[in-house]
Design a protein around this ligand. Structure first.
Ligand SMILES: Cc1cc2nc3c(=O)[nH]c(=O)nc-3n(C[C@H](O)[C@H](O)[C@H](O)COP(=O)(O)OP(=O)(O)OC[C@H]3O[C@@H](n4cnc5c(N)ncnc54)[C@H](O)[C@@H]3O)c2cc1C
Length: 377
């Protein structure tokens, strides 16, 4: 009987971050194997990826706190890759290395970035001890869970995008909070749900008002220790949540990669850096050079299989062909925290308990797929 020789690993692919696109790369490696001679390494600060889409449902008592976790380390092991715990703090694309928060250096032949963005609440609103940023989402969930009872009775949510809207609904319907917390949603001057169709914005606005959530279409900021919406004071407030969108991690611009004006890694439709072809990027850390694409979990998830195919191509010396062409519209399902949800697809809008049931089915199905890959029965 001959025993198979362990493959000699002559080249390293480093996956920096375990976001929604990189889990698809790990899934591809589990299903089809890591290309021969390649050492795959996944670098993330935490063992798990927390699925942000289920966080509002957790706050509203619809899910357990840890139902929306993907076991990144488990996926890496099953994929035949190494999982290294650490946070990338510097990238040297020309020298093909990264440095982590513990000072370790990792070298690579190819790298792919899917670290998400960073919070920008303090930069936009100012500093205050009551301020919690939703990014990183795992730190947000940990801070909310660690708050002593009773739940804050007066909450301000800054940010009029889908994340801010869902959090406002979730906190108004916070599980176990009696009486219901008073919630104010401050959208910024871009208004409620910028980029969404008028019918969707109006349905969401009506639902916010019906639920008694105060809506302020003004900029949120701290002034002399008070939380303001434009010139209106929202005091007293016990908790201020910043859901003000992703900013680019500083190390991306500092690396010398081509970046957008906001500092996100510029990629083409193949998710490949436009300046450094041995670097790929997807999700909120990236920006498309050829078109505008909103930062959202939907696009990070859908870019995942494209990224997986293209990484396999470069590793096997094949042409990089797969491209991510987003559909004209994306389906968004906004949990309204009260047993219902609002569906948005371009100009189409619908709501009801069936929309929430559909959202739960999609979200839990996504989590279950990765749970089954990480820990097959
Ligand atoms: C409350 C809320 C609800 C949302 N709901 C939806 C929704 O329903 N639908 C939707 O489309 N979008 C939603 N979003 C937006 C969505 O969360 C993000 O667009 C999505 O998470 C981006 O995915 P990503 O792969 O870029 O990164 P992430 O999901 O942020 O994952 C990044 C990963 O990289 C790791 N990491 C971070 N920094 C480093 C580093 N320096 N080095 C190494 N690893 C690192 C992290 O620990 C994490 O594992 C929501 C956002 C919020 C805040």
């Amino acid at each position: 009987m001959t025993s198979a020789k362990p493959a000699a690993h002559s080249r390293t692919l480093l996956l920096v971050g375990g976001g929604h696109a990189h889990v698809a790369v790990l899934a591809d490696w589990i299903r089809r194997g890591v290309p021969e001679g390649v050492r795959g390494v996944l670098l993330t600060p935490k063992r798990h990826l927390r699925y942000s889409g289920m966080v509002p449902g957790w706050l509203a008592g619809q899910h357990g706190r840890d139902e929306g976790l993907v076991d990144l380390a488990g996926l890496a092991v099953r994929a035949g890759a190494e999982w290294v715990q650490g946070r990338c703090t510097a990238l040297d694309p020309a020298g093909r290395s990264v440095i982590t928060d513990s000072g370790r250096t990792f070298t690579f032949d190819w790298a792919s970035l899917d670290t998400g963005g960073v919070g920008q609440g303090a930069a936009l609103l100012g500093d205050d001890p009551r301020l919690i940023d939703v990014r990183p989402i795992d730190a947000f969930a940990a801070r909310i869970a660690a708050m002593p009872a009773p739940a804050p009775a007066r909450v301000v949510v800054a940010g009029g995008g889908a994340g801010g809207v869902e959090l406002a609904f979730a906190l108004r319907n916070r599980a176990g909070a009696e009486p219901r917390p008073e919630v104010a949603l401050v959208t910024g001057e871009g208004g409620l749900l910028p980029g969404f169709a008028e019918a969707v914005r109006s349905r969401v606005a009506t639902t916010l008002i019906r639920q008694g959530i105060a809506l302020h279409c003004a900029e949120a900021r701290f002034a002399h220790g008070r939380i303001m919406a434009g010139e209106t004071s929202l005091e007293p407030a016990e908790l201020v949540i910043a859901a003000t969108g992703s900013a680019a991690p500083a190390w991306v611009r500092a690396s010398g990669l081509a970046v957008s004006a906001q500092g996100f890694a510029l990629v083409d439709a193949q998710q490949r850096s436009v300046s450094h072809p041995h670097i790929f990027a997807a999700g909120d850390v990236a920006a498309r050079a050829d078109r505008t694409l909103a930062h959202s979990g939907v696009h990070a998830v859908k870019a995942g299989p494209v990224l997986a195919a293209n990484l396999r191509s470069v590793l096997t010396g094949a042409p990089v062909r797969a491209a991510y062409h987003p559909r004209r519209h994306s389906l968004y399902l906004v949990n309204t925290g009260d047993g219902s949800a609002i569906a948005s697809y371009g100009p189409w809008v619908a709501d009801g308990a069936w929309v929430l049931a559909l959202k739960h089915r999609i979200d839990k199905g996504w989590i279950a797929t990765y749970a089954a890959l990480a820990h097959p029965a």
